[in-house]
Design a protein around this ligand. Sequence first.
Ligand code: SF4
Ligand code: SF4
Length: 149
Amino acid sequence: MPLPQNDARRAALVKGASKAKIKALVNLSACTGCEVCIAVCPVPNCIEKFGEDPTSFGVYVNYDICIGCMLCAKDCPWDTIRMVPTPTVAGHQTSLDSQIVHEHAVYEKPELVPEEIRTFVDKQPVSDPIVVNLFRKQNPQVPGMMGPK
Ligand code: SF4
Ligand code: SF4
């Protein structure tokens, strides 16, 4: 459950995050929903879960407040987070919007997703070949599942 957030603090976070050169991208094909990343992320509400439905496990990153600190990528026990250059996720509000293949249950069950990201459900996956290649290079396990580190 997201914590309430002070408007001024969120504004400060957004300002700081706008300078980040890299952002965290979660590979939903392999995310187990273990929440380790949520525990280590220093920014409140930056990484959130979809819901309690067992078919909706997985997390997403809010790009407007991700400061690119890499803690989540370093600590994810399933190695499912990659840091990507911020320009490659330009215009994306969350890491959901940066998924090449919208195969996760969350895309079939938009009612499980908070209002702020429902609008992404109908968006087409990224098709720019440059971005696709970059994504695949940095997410070599897609769409396969990786084991624990
Ligand atoms: S730590 Fe990794 S596997 Fe666990 S919820 Fe976060 S992204 Fe998913
Ligand atoms: S890079 Fe840092 S701020 Fe961004 S989601 Fe990961 S832990 Fe949070």
